[in-house]
Every structure is written in C-alpha cells, then in structure tokens.
Write a protein that binds this ligand. Structure first.
Ligand SMILES: [Zn+2]
Length: 458
C-alpha cells in the first residue's frame, strides 16, 4: 500500500509539475543565438582575455553567468561524428539530424520545419542576423530548405519566394550578401523593396528604421569585415539592438542571431580574430541580459554548432597562456599581414601595426619570412616562363599573415590541431522564461525540440 501510494504521489506531482511547466514557462519572445565554432576552449579563453589584471580575482564573463548545460553536435550517421555548420544548424533549427551540407532537409532530402517557421505560423514576427552573408548555412537552416548549403543563389531566392501564411518567412534580415541578392539574373533587393521592405546598406541607418515595416539590411558583399577591422567593432550588438526594437509586438517574436565568424577565426587558426568576434557576442549577451531583466517573458538561448580548429588554451606542455597582446590589437592579423607584405618596415613600424612592442627575434622572423616569400614569388615567375605551370602564384600577403599568426601564437602560447571542425561537446547558455529546460546534458536536436514544446502545438 505504501508503495502504491508513494507511486501515485510521484505520478501526481510529476503530472502536476509538467502541466504547470507547459503553461507557466511559455515565453512571448525567443532569441536563439549561435556562436559558430564556439567550442568550450573559446569561452574559457575569453574569460582570461577579458580578465582585469589589476584585480586579484578573475572576473566572470556573461557566458559564465548564464551557462546551463552542454550539447552534443554529431550529425546523422551517414556523416560520422564531426558535423559541419549546415547539419548542425538543421539540428538546432528543426530537431532533425541530417547529413553534412543539408539545409533543413532530412537524410532523404525531404524538407523539415524549423522553430522560426513554426513561430511565424503562430503569428509571431521573425528575424535573422548574421555576421557572414545571411544566406549561409546557419541562418539558411531557419528559413530555407535546400539539399546543399552551396546553392547560395537558390537559397537567397527562396528567402523571397517561400511564403508562410501568404507572407514572407521573415520580417527582418541583417548581415552580408550583396553578391547573392543583387545578381545579373535577379535583383532580390529590388524585389524586396517592391514588396514593401525597407532596405538599408550601412550600420548608421540601423538607428532610424521605419516602424512597422519589414526590413532588409545588407552591409557587405559576402561576410561583414572582421570585428577587428570593421567600422563598428560591435556590429552584432548594434544589429541585435535594432532588431529587437523593430520586432517587438503584441504576439511576440522569434529572432535568430549568429556570431558567424568565430568559426572563421578557428578555420584560419587566428586567435585574435576569434576572440574579437567573441567579444562582440559577449557584448550582445550583456545587452540581452539587461533586456531579459526588463522583459522577463523573453527566452534567450545561446549555443555553438560545433568547435573549430582544435584551439588549445596553453600549448606545447607549457603551463601558461598569455592573452595580454591580444587585448591591445587594433587591426586583424590579416590586415597586419597585408601591410607587412605591401610596405617596407622597420621594427618600430611593425610594432605599431601589431600595437605591441615586437622583440628583435620576432622582427627578424618577419623580415626572413618576407624575403623567403619574395624569393618564392621570383622563382615562381622564372618557372612560369619555362613551363606551363598553371598553379596559383604564391601570395606574399598569405605568407605574411601566417607569419603574424605564428608570432601571436608563440606570444600567447596558443595551439591548434586542425583547420576544420572538431566533435567536442559545446556549451549551452540560457536566460529568461523557460531557461530551466536547457539545464544539463542534451543533444543539439533537443534544443529545437524544447523550443517547439515552448512554442506549443499548432
Ligand atoms: Zn566552419
């Protein structure tokens, strides 16, 4: 009897709490953020990067304050254990695992619905923001279906052509992509304008968006400039603030925000690149932290699609990681490499570009690399005259960019094991209404499934 009663009690309290859950934690607004390539090494490194050296403690980051769990990232079995951004975005957007390259289609290439589209069908406003072109894998998985992420023009076309409830799938798009939206065969910017969208092509115009109008903001040909080189180093934060103000309405909204270029920093094995992108994402999260305080019926979830580069915080068996020089850099390793390749320099000039004092050894390394690069170019020219060598000429800019990254890696003691993605689990962050559902270990598909539950059945 005692067992029956206690079983009954457990059953009752379980059903009561799940019923209470279903009604009490449904958020009005959902903001889903994806840090592309943001494995746990990046958020750990960011803590030390932003540490105030004048205080004895290591300050918590906005990521530390809102960590709730971990997520596995593996794609459908046909693609093994290491995911690409398309399969991961499909999982995060739809709750379905697919093959690498898939944009919200399953392994049979059949379309699967995303949480953003579900929210749209329920009458919510929707938006997407990316720091790469808005039709690349992550945002595409939320509003398009395609058998391949590489069909960029088709994906861009579908942003205009695909309709939900006789309307567009999304009310707001911010990011890069002129070359895909203004083509010789089709000018989607014109088509969106004709259809009533407000179009803008510079960050300043984000401050004066017309109310109650759908908006398309394209700010670059493909990806936006790196945060380190951009006119607005916090452009993800700027775009997110403008989007939230634009999307607020009685029915609520679903906004997808992608910090797209952490991944590129990882692919290039460029830690200064990745951390500047992460800094922009951290400022965005700090803004959202305040927003959720003032709008407690909003849910914010942040995760990564995978990690990139096998980034190591403290490499080669040496117990130190020294991010000091990263904090002062004023331009990207790419931009410094370009200058070093184009302009002759002495130690003082080179140090100015890095914005920290180079050692004589580091300076000599740069000059040796430049000389070797110039010699390689010359001998390529000679070979070219003698034979029909149709290989790409070596690029002095590439050589000098590698040289800059080597100096930065050695200074900071940063390590890399790959130019691609890795299969490590990624952190999950949540704040606001419904955040409890994301606590603990989960799969990337669970994140979409939980969002579908929070949106309710329709
Ligand atoms: Zn990637």
């Amino acid at each position: 009897m005692k067992t029956v009663l206690s079983t009954l009690f457990i059953y009752l309290s379980a059903s009561l709490s799940s019923a209470a859950y279903a009604h009490s934690d449904t958020p009005k607004n959902i903001i889903m953020l994806v840090g592309d390539g943001m494995g746990p090494a990046y958020t750990s490194a960011y803590r030390y990067y932003q540490d105030d050296a004048n205080t004895p403690q290591i300050e918590q980051t906005v990521f530390d304050r809102h960590l709730v769990g971990l997520s596995s990232t593996y794609p459908a079995p046909v693609s093994g254990y290491v995911t690409d951004s398309a399969a991961a975005a499909t999982a995060l957007a739809t709750g379905v695992k697919s093959y690498n390259g898939a944009i919200s289609v399953d392994v049979e290439k059949k379309p699967v619905e995303s949480v953003l589209i579900r929210a749209k069908k329920q009458g919510k406003k929707t938006g997407i923001i990316a720091t790469l072109q808005i039709n690349h894998a992550t945002p595409a998985a939320y509003i398009a279906h395609n058998e391949s992420r590489r069909n960029y023009n088709q994906i861009a076309d579908s942003y205009f052509d695909r309709k939900v409830n006789n309307g567009f799938t999304t009310d707001l798009m911010f990011g890069g992509g002129w070359q895909y939206f203004m083509r010789e065969d089709r000018n989607l910017v014109e088509e969106f304008k004709q259809a009533g969208f407000h179009y803008l092509d510079n960050y300043q115009a984000l401050a004066k968006l017309p109310k109650n109008k759908p908006v398309l903001g394209l700010f670059a040909d493909k990806g936006l400039p790196q945060a380190l080189d951009d006119s607005d180093k916090y452009r993800l934060t700027t775009m997110t603030k403008a989007a939230v103000a634009q999307l607020e309405n009685k029915q609520g909204y679903f906004l997808l925000v992608e910090a797209s270029q952490i991944d590129w920093g990882g692919h290039y094995n460029d830690i200064s690149y990745a951390l500047a992108e992460l800094d922009d994402l951290a400022k965005t999260m700090e803004y959202l932290e305040t927003y959720v305080k003032n709008n407690p019926d909003t849910l914010v979830v942040l995760t990564a699609d995978h990690s990139t580069g096998g980034f190591t915080v403290g490499a080669n068996g040496v117990y130190k990681w020294q991010p000091e020089v990263l904090r002062s850099m004023l331009m990207s390793a790419t931009a410094i490499g370009d200058k070093l390749s184009q302009i002759s320099f002495d130690q003082t000039q080179a140090s100015q570009w890095f914005n920290f004092a180079l050692t004589t050894k580091e300076f000599e390394q740069l000059t040796q690399d430049k000389t070797a690069g110039q010699l390689a170019l010359q001998s390529y020219g000679v070979k070219k005259d003698q034979s029909n060598d149709d290989k790409q000429p070596p690029s002095l800019a590439d050589v000098m960019q590698e040289s800059v990254k080597t100096i930065i890696d050695e200074r900071t003691n940063t390590g890399w094991t790959s130019g691609g993605h890795t299969a490590i689990d990624v952190p999950v962050y949540a704040m606001g209404q419904g955040k409890e559902r994301f606590i603990g270990m989960q799969d990337n598909t669970d994140i979409a499934k939980k969002l579908f539950k929070l949106l309710g059945r329709h």
